[in-house]
Design a protein. Structure first.
Length: 289
């Protein structure tokens, strides 16, 4: 039991306790309970199950490589699992939703901003349990209020005020985390602390190929769904046209998006092969510019 207590930080315990309490409250509300069940059924659907499984296997593969390294310690699994649940999955989902070439660049850029480094540092050195139990609900309420205030023009002053309050809390937490880090430095395992600090950054970079692959797959799927309604109904011809598109676009997100937006609409069910060839020729000339 002692190992379970020590493997989670005081902040993680505070979040777990507040989260459990909120979840229990939701279960007591009939309407929320119904909505929650509908969400669970969607998450357990075939497509999403495969989506989550692919991400989990990819992250597990990366972890197995790190497992072979001499500095590996099983305590890192906690940080990896938390990163996967709260960051890794959302990165992959966003790559599909946004579906543009700039998304991957912005993901890397955002994770090397100074504020993100501060967040990782604050997350590494936490306060006493009772302080964390007070901080979590206060910050959560302020963030929710800020989201509402930001969406309404009449609450602009409130939004600015909450921004200032959150910034002050953030700097105070950074100062407090630095003090905790200095006091506990001698007691900490320097390697374990450094690895735990680097896990979110390293895994965010290493998951980029998967994000790219999912983005490519999703964009091609959207193209082929649109083509199905505008292409010849002969399955053999459909497959031929799809392979032609793949050979032309390859792994270029820009070309796939261009074809989807500008050229799928030029197709029609009774078009001849010559017409399709002309469409592809025109597309190739424009996409190669």
């Amino acid at each position: 039991m002692e190992e379970i207590v020590t493997i989670l930080s005081t902040r993680e315990w505070a979040i777990a306790i507040w989260g459990t309490g909120f979840f229990v409250w939701m279960l007591t509300q009939r309407e929320i309970r119904k909505s929650l069940w509908n969400v669970i059924k969607i998450l357990l659907g075939k497509n999403l199950r495969h989506f989550f499984l692919i991400i989990a296997l990819y992250v597990a593969g990366i972890t197995m490589i790190f497992y072979q390294l001499p500095f590996w310690n099983n305590i890192y699994l906690k940080d990896i699992i938390l990163w996967l649940i709260f960051s890794g999955i959302s990165y992959c989902v966003n790559s599909i939703i946004k579906g543009d070439a700039e998304h991957l660049k912005s993901t890397v850029k955002d994770n090397f901003r100074v504020i993100v480094i501060f967040e990782y540092f604050i997350g590494t050195f936490t306060f006493k349990f009772w302080i964390e139990m007070l901080i979590i609900p206060v910050i959560t309420i302020l963030i929710l209020m800020n989201v509402v205030a930001e969406s309404e023009e009449k609450y602009r002053r409130v939004h600015k005020l909450i921004d200032i309050v959150l910034a002050c809390i953030g700097w105070y937490m950074l100062w407090g985390a630095a003090n905790v880090g200095l006091k506990e430095y001698k007691e900490l395992n320097a390697i374990n602390t450094l690895v735990s600090f680097m896990i979110p950054i390293v895994y965010t970079i290493l998951i980029l190929p998967l994000e790219f692959g999912l983005e490519i797959y999703s964009d091609y799927e959207q193209v082929f769904v649109r083509m199905k309604f505008r292409d010849n109904q002969d399955k053999k011809i459909q497959r031929k046209h799809r392979w032609r598109v793949i050979r032309t676009c390859k792994l270029s997100l820009r070309k796939i998006l261009l074809f989807r937006k500008e050229y799928v609409n030029k197709m029609y069910g009774l078009m001849s092969e010559e017409t399709f060839d002309n469409i592809m020729k025109e597309f190739k000339e424009e996409s190669d510019k």
